[in-house]
Design a protein around this ligand. Structure first.
Ligand SMILES: Nc1c(NC[C@H](O)[C@H](O)[C@H](O)CO)[nH]c(=O)[nH]c1=O
Ligand SMILES: CC(=O)[C@@H](O)COP(=O)(O)O
Length: 139
C-alpha cells in the first residue's frame, strides 16, 4: 500500500467534491492510502506539493482543482503556471497526477468532474499510481 497526498485547490466546492470522489475512489480501489490538503487556488498547488514532498511522508500526489475562464488573462496565468509548476515537480521525480480542470464554463467542468462521466479526478489518481509504479521499476 502506498501513501498518496491529494492537494485540492478549492475554488468551487461542488466541483471539487466530485473530483475528490473520483480520486479517492481510484486510490482506494487500488488499495492505497490517502490524505487530503486544501489550498486556496490552483496557483498554490505546486508549492503545497513541494512542501509535502520535503517531509518524505508521501509516495505520490494528486492535484485537483477547477479553473474556469473569466474576463481577463488571469485564466491563462492560473492554468498555465499551475500546470508548469506541477510539470516541473514531475520532472524532479515526483509521481503526480494532474486533475486540475481548465475549462470555459461550469458545464464543461461538471462533465469532467463527475465520476460517472469523464472522471478526471480518478484519471489523475490513476496517473499518479502509474508514475509511482514506474519510479519503483527504475529504482
Ligand atoms: N480563478 C481561479 C483561481 N484563482 C486563484 C489563484 O489560483 C490563486 O489562488 C490566487 O491568485 C492567489 O494566489 N484559482 C482556481 O483554482 N480556479 C479559478 O478559477
Ligand atoms: C480563472 C480566473 O482567474 C478567473 O476566475 C478570474 O476571473 P476574471 O478573469 O474575470 O477576473
Amino acid at each position: 500500500m502506498a501513501r498518496f497526498l491529494i492537494v485540492e485547490a478549492r475554488f468551487y466546492d461542488h466541483l471539487n467534491d466530485l473530483l475528490l470522489e473520483g480520486a479517492r475512489g481510484a486510490l482506494e480501489e487500488a488499495g492505497h492510502g490517502h490524505e487530503t490538503v486544501t489550498v486556496p487556488g490552483a496557483l498554490e498547488v505546486p508549492a503545497a506539493i513541494a512542501l509535502a514532498a520535503e517531509t518524505g511522508r508521501y509516495d505520490g500526489f494528486v492535484a485537483l482543482g477547477v479553473v474556469i475562464r473569466g474576463e481577463t488573462y488571469h485564466f491563462e496565468v492560473v492554468s498555465n503556471e499551475s500546470a508548469r509548476g506541477i510539470m516541473a515537480l514531475t520532472l524532479d521525480g515526483l509521481p503526480i497526477g494532474n486533475g486540475i480542470l481548465t475549462v470555459e464554463n461550469e458545464a464543461q467542468a461538471l462533465t469532467r468532474a463527475r465520476r460517472d462521466e469523464k472522471d478526471k479526478g480518478g484519471e489523475a489518481a490513476k496517473a499518479a499510481i502509474a508514475m509511482l509504479g514506474l519510479k519503483e521499476r527504475f529504482a
